[in-house]
Every structure is written in C-alpha cells, then in structure tokens.
Design a protein around this ligand. Sequence first.
Ligand code: GTP
Ligand code: MG
Ligand code: ZN
Length: 358
Amino acid sequence: MSNQQLGLEKLGWDKWFEGLSILQCRPIETVARVAAVDRDQLLLLNDGGAFRAKLSGSYIYRHRLSQERPCVGDWVCVEKHQNDDLGLIHALLERKTSLRRKAAGGSIEFQMIAANVDYVIIVQSCHFDFNLKRLERYLVMVMDGGAEPYVLLTKTDLVGPDILATQLSQIRAVGVSAPVLTLSNVTREGIDELKQILLPGKTYCFVGSSGVGKSTIINELIGQDMLETKDVSATGEGRHTTVRRELIILQNGALVIDNPGMREFGILCAEDGIEGGFFDIITLASHCRYRDCTHTSEPGCAVLNALSAGEIDQKHYENYIKLKEESEFYRMSYAEKRKKDRDFGRYIKSAKKDMKRD
Ligand SMILES: Nc1nc2c(ncn2[C@@H]2O[C@H](COP(=O)(O)OP(=O)(O)OP(=O)(O)O)[C@@H](O)[C@H]2O)c(=O)[nH]1
Ligand SMILES: [Mg+2]
Ligand SMILES: [Zn+2]
C-alpha cells in the first residue's frame, strides 16, 4: 500500500472506497473527505491536510436532490492544481452508510446528516431528556442507514442512582440491544469508558436533542474547548448552540462528528431499520403462520401470542406497529411520486452514467 493510502486510512479510507475511486474518479482527480460544508464551499481533508473546494458546475446541474450533494463524511473526487485556491469536486463516492432524515413537506428528498459513519452515538440526558420512544426512532434511523448504534446517557450527576438504574432497565425492557454507556461531564464518571470504545480510523457521529451535552463531550475528547457549548434553561430545554457539523480527528485517531440538536425527524423506507430496532419482534415474526403476517389480527401470529403471554411489552409492540405502518406509508408515497416524476428515468440514467464517468 502506498504512502498516500496510509495517510488516507487515518481518515477512514479503506478497500471499499479504493474500489469505488477506481470506478468513479478520473486520473486528474484525487480523493478527499468532506470535513464540513459551509454554503457553497466545502472543507476537505486528504493526506496533505485541509483545503477548500466547491462543486463543479456540471455536478450541480446533474444532481438536484439534496441527498445527492456531498455532506460531512463523504468521499469525493476532486481536481486541484498546484496554484488553485479552490479544488473542484467532480464526483461523490457511493456512500457506505448514511445518516439521514426525511425532508420536510412530504417530498422524496432526504436531509443528509452525515455519510460513511461507522457508529452513531445517540445521546440522551437522563435528566429531563430521557425518552424511550425517541430513542427507538433514533435507533431506526441509524439501522436504516447501515451504521452501528451506541446509546449514551449523560448528566448522570443530576439524577440519583435509582433513576438511572430504572432508565437502563427500561431501555433493555423494550428490546434495545445496542450497548448503553452513561457519563457525567461534571463528575467525569464514564468518560474513560467512552474513550475506550473510540477506535482509530473509525467515524463516530453524535446525535441527540439540543443541550444534552454532545459538544461538551467532544470538547472533553479533544482535550480543549474547540466547540461552543451553552447553558440550558432550568427546564432542560436546549437552545441550539451547535449550528455546524464538522468532522474532527481525535488524538487517538478516532474521527468524530458533532451535530446540532435535532427536534423532529421522519423516517423514510425504514424497513431495514425497523428490524434493527426490534430484533425480538422480528425473531418472533419468523414463526408466524403466514409469511406476510401483519401481526395485528392473524391466527397463528407468534408476535400476538408472545404479547398475550406477556413476553413482549405492549408499548414496544405498539411502537413497532406504528413505525411499520409509517414506513410503509412513506414507501408507498415515494413509489407514487416516482411514477409521476417524468424526470426520474433521466435521473437514473445520469446516476448510472456517473458511476461509470465515461
Ligand atoms: N450537570 C451537567 N451538565 C452538563 C453535562 N454535560 C453537559 N452539561 C451542560 O449542558 C449544557 C449543554 O451542553 P452542550 O454540550 O452545549 O449540548 P449540545 O448537546 O452540544 O447542544 P446543541 O449544540 O444545542 O445540540 C452546557 O451548559 C453544559 O455545560 C453533564 O454531564 N452534567
Ligand atoms: Mg453542541
Ligand atoms: Zn404475526
């Protein structure tokens, strides 16, 4: 492996992207990872350091949907000559994983949160912010995009050990099997445990409501106050301190992405993700009499049987059914929109052509 590749590996580069770059980048282009997006300028990282770039005109012309534009974590093919101030981005390498939410207004667009993330750390404060339903929705979003989830409960200094213990058992009771960590930025309890899970060359994205302590944690990991943090009001309601996503390399080599707090997010085509957040129900479902069982009224339904036997939690079951319905609804309207959209065929063609870059 060349020196250049050894340098890129520190940024998360691997054989998968290597293969894609051979397909997608032309010889005059090199690869770089998106560290931040500021309006029409992107901050890129490669083995030589950081530099700025913008999208080429033809890229913008051929990619109108917001999910087709590079976001933090993406790998791009960029052309930059020695005397250029700005690089020119010509292609986006296919994403290994994506963290995204449904754009507002029922459109088929996604809002990308981050790309090529290995692990998503779902942060909830055990003081005021703890919410199982929201946690399950985050888990669905993570699984849907192909990354691995961690759950992190913060501000443990503000609740008694009994409350924390109850929250932990509630998380387990709804069937969440992701690892759960707890920490306090005040007592520093749990910080070493968090540091231990962060592996060099892997990308971690922190998500969660405003004010739960995401930036405080990342500052702690960096070892200095690089990100802005702010006091929250007494009700625990956040005030959105972080406004920009940025990929940061920690001293141990792990890559982390901070995020502004999220209010609401929708779920689109989340069937895979649903299965991810509800392993117990999916396992049961494989024993239903009918293959297309909806687990709502069918005879011989293993899920309903487990429910009446008290083996699964009623609330957990209801969340599953609700998310399943929601995801089917979004999928249906997506298909309908696709049928109507005369441009869609053209879009597929250009996407294929893009893959070949002929
Ligand atoms: N008591 C206590 N306060 C904390 C802890 N962690 C963070 N805080 C405080 O919570 C407030 C919000 O923290 P931030 O790190 O800005 O939260 P954030 O999640 O980055 O918020 P956004 O950027 O708005 O999404 C700050 O005043 C922190 O000092 C903790 O473990 N315990
Ligand atoms: Mg923040
Ligand atoms: Zn069933």
